[in-house]
Design a protein around this ligand. Structure first.
Ligand code: BGC
Length: 441
């Protein structure tokens, strides 16, 4: 029986996403470096160390890998602590280095998308209280202005801040990120200042580049009521999702930041997204528990879902469709700015990739304006508080030798990028277990 070919639109962006601290190596002037040098902050006390060696030139071979694999876009981030090593000092050589990276992409036919903040802060900012300090948005705007001036020749799509929600939950609500606080008031303050910083950056970029596309890349985590018939489960799932998923993006619609029963008006945020980024990985089920300390909720992965290697993610492609439907409410172009799974043996990744892209294809059929997909990630990289214990790369990295080895998914993704389609042959070859899901009889 003939089977459908799931075809993606011409001009669709196919890429991978990375972040400075996770790939560059040698970043010693930011809050994560300081965090990694404290005992027991990172699993197995790992350090980013040389990471993927990009700063010392290995970006070239990895950009070749991306280009050979048919990728026509790449999302990377600029390390604030390199560009502005002290509040009153710019490092022009660092900016030159980034210009070289970006030229390297453009020369390979790869369109860059640049994030201006991806979790790391310069140490000098941390010493001033980080984003709790009301001056942080002012400093951020200056850094953005300087950086955009230096690299705008190569870049039209900008992400001001990656996952403000993860930054806040990770660092200020007990999630294992620096500064390791658990303080709702501080969390709200940080989120509000990030929103101000984003708004200032948005306006600054548009002054320098009126036709720029500027957005944010929030993490969207699907939160479904564990017992959909039970009103209290529905209520807590909705509330958690509103704080985690909606607070920041909705404030860009109406200027009102509502987070964990607090609210603040930030009028300059209104209308500051030209596109919506979606970082989607997984879904939680949420159940009501009569425990105010736990904010009346308990979260867990859907019991039947396959879990990733270390149990960090569950493979729930329907949650991705939900994320895209959620993104479509903003009436702006959508980019999937991250999606992927940790899997050193590549036993789940081919299925995860195909099943998620199938949902993306499904979403495109609703005529939602989805313009690109960035897989997380190209080569194994430093996974924050989980160190090197999780492997998200299409390519495996040996951190001792810096040698890269392609996983089967590297070839699978290359075939998808080059053909712009999912075919029954690809599914049969790389993920036969997914065949009945993608081609139900
Ligand atoms: C972050 C990435 C991270 C990925 C996988 C996202 O939350 O933006 O930096 O590596 O998840 O853990």
């Amino acid at each position: 029986m003939p089977h459908a070919v799931y075809t993606f639109p011409p001009g669709f962006l196919w890429g991978t996403a990375t972040a400075s601290h996770q790939v560059e190596g040698g970043n010693t002037n930011n809050n994560w470096y300081a965090w990694e040098n404290q005992e027991n902050k990172i699993l197995e006390n790992h350090h980013a160390g040389d990471a993927c060696g990009w700063w010392n030139g290995r970006w070239k071979e990895d950009f070749d890998r991306a280009a050979d694999g048919g990728q026509n876009a790449h999302r990377l981030s600029i390390e604030w602590s390199r560009v502005q090593p002290a509040p009153d000092r710019w490092d022009e050589q660092a900016l030159d280095h980034y210009r070289e990276f970006l030229r390297g992409l453009v020369h390979r036919g790869i369109t860059p998308m640049v994030s201006l903040h991806h979790f790391t802060d310069p140490l000098w900012l941390t010493e001033m209280g980080g984003w709790e300090n009301d001056q942080a948005p002012v400093y951020f705007e200056k850094f953005v202005r300087k950086t955009v001036e230096a690299i705008r020749e190569y870049v039209h799509s900008w992400i001001t801040i990656n996952e403000p929600n993860v930054y806040v939950y990770g660092g200020y609500l007990g999630g294992g990120f620096p500064p390791g606080k658990n303080d709702l008031k501080a969390a709200f303050q940080v989120l509000a200042n990030m929103l101000r910083g984003h708004a200032a950056a948005y306006h600054t970029i548009h002054v320098q580049q009126p036709d720029a596309l500027v957005g944010v890349a929030p993490n969207y985590r699907s939160m479904a009521p564990a017992r959909s018939f039970f009103a209290l489960d529905r209520l807590v799932a909705r509330q958690l999702s509103a704080s985690y998923n909606d607070a920041f993006p909705r404030a860009m619609l109406d200027g009102q930041l509502r987070f964990a029963f607090r609210s603040q008006n930030i009028p300059e945020a209104v209308g500051t997204q030209d596109f919506i980024g979606v970082n989607y990985y997984t879904r939680d089920l949420v159940e009501f528990v009569p425990n105010p300390g736990a904010l009346f909720s308990r979260r867990y992965f859907p019991p039947k879902a396959e879990l990733s290697e270390t149990g960090f993610l569950a493979n729930v492609p329907q949650g991705f469709f939900e994320a895209l439907r959620w993104a479509s409410q903003f009436g702006k172009p959508i980019y999937v700015t991250e999606n992927g799974v940790e899997d050193s043996s590549d036993s789940l990744r081919p299925r995860y990739l195909l099943e998620h892209l199938h949902q993306l294809w499904h979403a495109l059929n609703y005529n939602w304006d989805i313009r690109g997909y960035f897989h997380w990630t190209l080569v194994d990289n430093f996974e924050w508080e989980r160190g090197w214990t999780q492997r998200f790369g299409l390519w495996e990295l040996n951190t001792e030798t810096q040698q890269r080895t392609p996983r089967p998914s590297a070839q699978l993704y290359a075939e998808i990028c080059k053909g712009g389609a999912i075919t029954p042959d690809l599914v049969n070859q790389y993920a036969p277990q997914s065949f009945s899901k993608l081609y139900p009889v």
